[in-house]
Design a binder for this molecule. Structure first.
Ligand code: 5GP
Ligand code: ZN
Length: 115
């Protein structure tokens, strides 16, 4: 828990969010500025700054994130149509919140290449 971190505070329940799923390793809540009909943020409880800061100790966590993404896509009804699971890393990647998170976007057809 980092006192100066928005997503640590949301994970701890200190700042409200529209929570969709929680377990001991991660929280999932709705993005405040949705870019698709379904736009969820999958956020580990552990404060990790970026994808570049992941270590082998986090391998199980990253696998769990992907497994939960698929389960939520299924439960919310867009797994078969398809979705995006996106991590924005560092400045060129468009990262603005410095606590690792994965965007789960669904409910519309996505364009490629991304902007
Ligand atoms: P990034 O560009 O870092 O990958 O994405 C950060 C995301 O966090 C953005 O999509 C932004 O809308 C979302 N966000 C920023 N502040 C808040 C907040 O206070 N609550 C929620 N639910 N989402 C937020
Ligand atoms: Zn944090």
């Amino acid at each position: 828990m980092r006192e100066d971190c928005l997503f640590c505070k949301i994970a701890a329940g200190d700042i409200p969010a529209k929570m969709v799923y929680e377990d001991e390793k991660l929280v999932v809540f709705r993005d405040i500025n949705p870019q698709a009909p379904q736009h969820l943020l999958i956020v580990p409880r552990k404060h990790i700054r970026t994808t570049v800061d992941l270590t082998t100790a986090d391998n199980e966590l990253v696998g769990h994130i992907h497994q939960v993404a698929g389960k939520l896509a299924h439960d919310l009804g867009f797994a078969d149509n398809g979705f995006r699971l996106v991590n924005n890393c560092n400045a060129d990647g468009g990262q603005v919140v410095w606590h690792i998170h994965f965007h789960l976007l669904g409910g519309r057809e996505m364009g490629w290449p991304p902007g």
